[in-house]
Ligand binder design. Structure first.
Ligand SMILES: [Fe+2]
Length: 381
């Protein structure tokens, strides 16, 4: 089945195979004449990137690229990107890649016209109103993985190069004006990245669904997102060229990011510090800590998860859902626990302190304290 769709929610999304050929039109829709394509170093030399640049060049939009982007982009990458943007006289950004390329691309478009330091726009209260919204450049987003969902998000993650802490930078205009979801761009993903990114999408849906905040729209999207992952992630894992599965995983990734406006929880507040300290893959780490977090949250989410299980066609309520997560993980080759991931439990106090500072911590259905979070970390080994 060849799925093609145009959506206007939460922004203009053009989904379907081969639609990267519409990249130049997407730029022109936003008034761009000289876009800067931002991606990471790994993608810079790949054929899919060259093809995207060809599409821009053939339409007379040039083929400018900035790819000096680390896996966890920091303020130095941002500064270099802003310099490339200004030196090249660009008028907007094509953010191209997985989480790193997308987030840094969005932040370059956001920060190129601002006078305050980027840390002034952290996602705290109404700090975003400090920005001059009229100076934010248009963004076209082109995801090449199916997990982060940053292509439909209003935030970008930036790592502080000194403290190694990840900060969420927020502004409503960080939402890209046009998104091109072309599943053919995700076909070359290695199995481990397919699993890691796919389980990140699942974690976004699960945590958003479980979050106690009142947001039934997000709850509904999260539920259907989980169903798509259940049906299509094992298929994309078995056969990376299964385009129907790849297309549906792109949808699930976008849905996860739309849904987590409702909130995230302990999976992400544990996974962020582990990733910062041990440089593990974000989505794979989420998958590793998922079962202990489900047990931790059970008293608050048992009924809710039973409803989800019924929708997903899983018998046995909460227990059935829990067993399903375990079997999905083993089917996809996810390590059983943090020990199997090669991590030793010798920095738990540090990890706990970082988890308590993480913005996802406040959205967990069971209130996280230093004591119970430390115990939860131990449970993950
Ligand atoms: Fe995530």
């Amino acid at each position: 089945m060849n799925i093609v769709a145009n959506w206007s929610y939460p922004t203009a999304v053009k989904l379907g195979r081969g639609r990267i050929k519409e990249l130049a039109d997407a730029c022109k829709t936003l008034g761009l004449k000289k876009p800067l394509l931002v991606t990471d170093r790994g993608l810079a030399s790949m054929a899919i990137t060259g093809h995207a640049l060809d599409v821009l060049e053939e339409a007379g939009l040039g083929r400018a690229i900035f790819a000096d982007v680390d896996p966890n982009p920091n303020e130095n990458n941002l500064e270099a990107g802003i310099k490339a943007y200004k030196d090249g006289g660009h008028d907007g950004v094509v953010a191209f890649g997985g989480g790193s390329g997308l987030d840094l691309g969005k932040l370059i478009a956001f920060m190129a016209g601002q006078t305050r330091p980027v840390w002034d726009f952290e996602d705290i209260g109404d700090w975003w109103t400090r920005a001059d919204a009229s100076k934010i450049a248009p963004i076209v987003a082109v995801p090449t993985t199916a997990g982060t969902g940053s292509e439909v998000g209003r935030a970008g993650v930036l790592t502080n190069s000194v403290t190694h802490v990840k900060k969420i930078i927020f502004h409503p205009k960080l939402l890209p004006g046009v998104v091109i979801c072309d599943p053919e761009l995700t076909m070359g993903m290695p199995k481990a990245i397919t699993v890691g990114t796919g389980m990140d999408a699942f974690a976004h849906c699960l945590e958003a669904y479980s979050s106690p905040f009142y947001h039934p729209m997000s709850g509904g999207i999260a539920l259907e997102g989980m169903r798509l992952v259940k049906e299509f992630l094992p298929r994309a894992y078995k056969d990376g060229a299964d385009l129907e599965a790849r297309t549906n995983m792109m949808s699930a990734a976008a849905m996860g990011a739309v849904a987590f406006q409702k909130g995230l929880g302990a999976i992400h507040s544990l996974s962020h510090p582990i990733g910062a300290v041990y440089n593990t893959h974000h989505g794979m780490t989420n998958a590793v800590v998922m079962p202990p977090v489900l047990r931790f949250n059970r008293p608050a989410i048992e009924e809710k998860i039973a409803r989800a299980a019924a929708y997903l066609g899983i018998a046995g309520g909460f227990d059935g859902f829990y067993d399903y997560v375990l079997s999905l993980r083993s089917e996809l080759g996810v390590p059983d626990n943090l020990t199997a991931m090669g991590i030793k439990p010798d920095r738990i106090d540090e990890l706990t302190a970082m988890a308590m500072e993480d913005p996802s911590c406040g959205g967990n259905p069971v209130t996280m304290t230093t004591e119970n979070t430390k115990a939860l970390f131990l449970d993950c080994f």
